[in-house]
Design a protein around this ligand. Structure first.
Ligand SMILES: C[S@@+](CC[C@H](N)C(=O)[O-])C[C@H]1O[C@@H](n2cnc3c(N)ncnc32)[C@H](O)[C@@H]1O
Length: 214
């Protein structure tokens, strides 16, 4: 999933903002108690999300794919004082774990958890979002783009995670690999969309920034 050699990654992390204490604790507990801890954004990508959010200063944030809440807390760092972060996950077993960490942060009252399938929940959210982070089931990325679009405005930013999919996007795709196929379609959609300006950053497993220009 990581394209940088370990030594370079260590150097990059040492010369970037340190991982806040609460996130270090969340990171450790995720690795101790949860399945698939590699899904968590981690130190470097977390600081990238935090910095981007601080630059955007969003009022409303939407996250698709909460997992243990790491990226939600990073994005919340840039949220306006009266802002809201809505985060969706289908796995009910993660709900209390997420809440515990949200409540330990300064953003507890501004973070709203939604439990269920994001494809069903998003159309019911009556909000406009300044920042959206897409980090759930890869085969639905093109569908997420379609259903979030009516909830964006000029200047809104979409961040999309895992767009390089461990490098599979540049290899021969197996017939039954629906995730890689969807990501290939999604990356093309983002880059060719007439209302988006897109740059794909080779950070961690690939993180795309797309800005709504019209
Ligand atoms: C890669 S993890 C998210 C990691 C998290 N954003 C972070 O960086 O710490 C993906 C999450 O998406 C959730 N998920 C998968 N399919 C979903 C769906 N259809 N609707 C909502 N959540 C979904 C999974 O339960 C999992 O917790």
């Amino acid at each position: 999933m990581d394209f940088l050699p370990e030594k370079i990654n260590d150097y990059v992390e040492k010369h970037s903002q340190p991982e806040p204490e609460l996130l270090q604790k969340l990171n450790r507990e995720t690795w101790q108690k949860q399945l698939q801890p590699r899904m968590l954004s981690g130190h470097l990508q977390g600081r990238v999300l935090s910095t981007l959010s601080k630059l955007i200063q969003p009022k409303n944030i939407l996250e698709i794919g909460t997992y243990t809440g790491y990226s939600a807390l990073c994005l919340a760092e840039g949220m306006q004082e009266n802002g809201e972060l809505h985060t969706i996950d289908i796995n009910e077993e993660l709900f209390d774990f997420q809440r515990k960490y949200f409540d330990e942060s300064p953003f507890g009252k501004q973070i709203f958890q939604h439990l269920g399938n994001a494809l069903e929940i998003i159309p019911k959210l009556e909000k406009t979002f300044d920042l959206v982070f897409i980090d759930a089931d890869k085969n639905n990325y093109p569908n997420y783009l379609e259903i979030i679009f009516p909830k964006l405005k000029k200047g809104s930013v979409i961040l999309s995670d895992n767009v390089l999919w461990s490098g599979k996007v540049v290899e021969k795709v197996k017939d039954d690999d629906i995730d890689t196929k969807a990501l290939l379609q999604y990356n093309k959609l983002l880059n060719e969309h007439p209302k988006l300006e897109t740059v794909l950053l080779p950070i961690r497993d690939g993180l795309t920034i797309s800005r709504v220009v019209d």
